[in-house]
Structures are given as structure tokens and as C-alpha cells.
Design a protein around this ligand. Structure first.
Ligand code: CA
Length: 222
């Protein structure tokens, strides 16, 4: 999620990251950001400090208390060293000063997510399945699968949460974004699951993805 009040910058950065394959959400005020953080779960929040209704550091403080697992990248026009130091001391993962190049922001986002979400790993393996987190490629018994981006993200989400029941709602929210919770039903997820199973199966892999009737899915390890 990008928390930023400059609409032009929001459009620009949002379009860029969507192009990169991320699910992006936005908040224009501290209040809106607070509401969203309270309801949805994000991997990373890019947080502008100068917001119309307050200081972004207030949100950082709330998040450190309530959900410290969410990564925070501070976005600031202020070049003052003390603000950056304060942000990092309060638990932000990194900061970037405006104006910035999107490639630079992208590199930092990528590195935070790899460090925080993947524990610094470049590769994630589970038995015969191996995910290259940089290249976003999956191999089964060393045979590369031809997955769509959604199938890749779905497999990654399932493996990160192995042996945990993932509701259809949480899968939809993670892969398609906040507004998906207004969908009438989540049958479309089944098609992605079905295709993912088929592709893993065709390469000789086991079916680890169990349907939990009426509830969701689980990547089972035994
Ligand atoms: Ca601002």
C-alpha cells in the first residue's frame, strides 16, 4: 500500500508497481491508511510522512505496536537527517527521499520484501518444488513450469503459509487486492488452483494443495 497525498505521484508509482506485477492499494490520508491497515493485511507500506491530516510517523508507531510484521518504507521530502533516524529507530525498514527514481524505489521495495517476507532467501524449496524468488520461476524435479503471474503468486502464498488454512477471502485479497472482498463469490480462485495443480502434476509433482470444503485451501506437508 502506498500512503501519499500527492495524487500525481500516487498514479505514477501505482501504475509502475502494478506493471511490475504487484497488487497495489493506496491511501491519501493518515485516517484512510489507519482504516485500511486495521482491516487488510499488507506485505509492505510505502509511507509518506507529510500527510494532510497528520504525520506518517504516527501510523508507523501504531503499526509497530499492532502489526510489526508489516514492512514500512518511509517516503519523505524532508531531507532532515533526524526525521530519517527517528523513522528507522521507530522500526521502519528503509527510507527514500523525494524526488526519487522509480527504479531506485523498486530496488528498495524488492530488497525489503526479500529480506522481510522471504527471510533473505533467493530460493524457496519444498521437496520437489523449487521457487526462484528473483526470477519468479518454479521448477518441479528441475523441470521449469510455465505459470502465470497469479499462479506463481498463489503457489508462493500457499507455501509461505503451509499447513495453514487459507480462506478464499484471504487468497483473493492477497492476489487481487482490497476491493475483491466485495466479490459475490470466489469461484474464480478454484480455476487458478486447478491450473496450478495440473501444471505441478504434469511435471511429476505431488498434489500438496488440499481443498478444505467450503472454507478454502491448505498446502499440506504430510
Ligand atoms: Ca505529502
Amino acid at each position: 500500500m502506498l500512503v501519499e497525498d500527492n495524487a500525481e505521484l500516487v498514479d505514477d508509482v501505482t501504475a509502475f508497481f502494478r506493471e511490475e506485477g504487484y497488487v497495489m492499494e493506496t491511501a491519501f490520508t493518515l485516517q484512510e491508511a489507519r482504516e485500511k491497515v486495521g482491516v487488510y493485511s499488507y506485505d509492505l507500506v510505502i509511507l509518506d510522512l507529510g500527510l494532510p491530516d497528520g504525520d506518517g510517523l504516527e501510523l508507523l508507531e501504531d503499526m509497530q505496536r499492532d502489526q510489526p510484521q508489516v514492512a514500512v518504507l518511509i517516503l519523505t521530502a524532508r531531507d532532515a537527517l533526524d526525521v530519517k533516524v527517528q523513522g528507522l529507530e521507530q522500526g521502519a525498514d528503509d527510507y527514500i527521499t523525494k524526488p526519487f527514481h522509480k527504479a531506485e524505489l523498486n530496488a528498495r521495495v524488492h530488497s525489503i520484501l526479500r529480506r522481510k517476507v522471504a527471510g533473505g532467501r533467493q530460493k524457496l524449496t519444498f521437496n520437489e518444488i523449487a521457487l526462484d524468488l528473483n526470477e519468479k520461476k518454479v521448477t518441479v524435479y528441475d523441470q521449469e513450469l510455465s505459470l502465470t503471474r497469479k499462479e506463481y503468486d498463489l503457489l508462493l502464498f500457499l507455501i509461505y503459509n503451509k499447513d495453514r488454512l487459507l480462506t478464499k477471502e484471504s487468497i483473493a485479497e492477497h492476489l487481487w487486492g482490497d476491493h475483491i472482498d466485495q466479490a459475490d463469490n470466489f469461484d474464480f480462485i478454484y480455476n487458478h488452483i486447478k491450473n496450478l495443480r495440473r501444471k505441478i502434476g504434469q511435471a511429476g509433482g505431488h498434489n500438496y494443495i488440499r481443498s478444505m470444503y467450503g472454507m478454502g485451501y491448505k498446502f499440506v506437508t504430510e
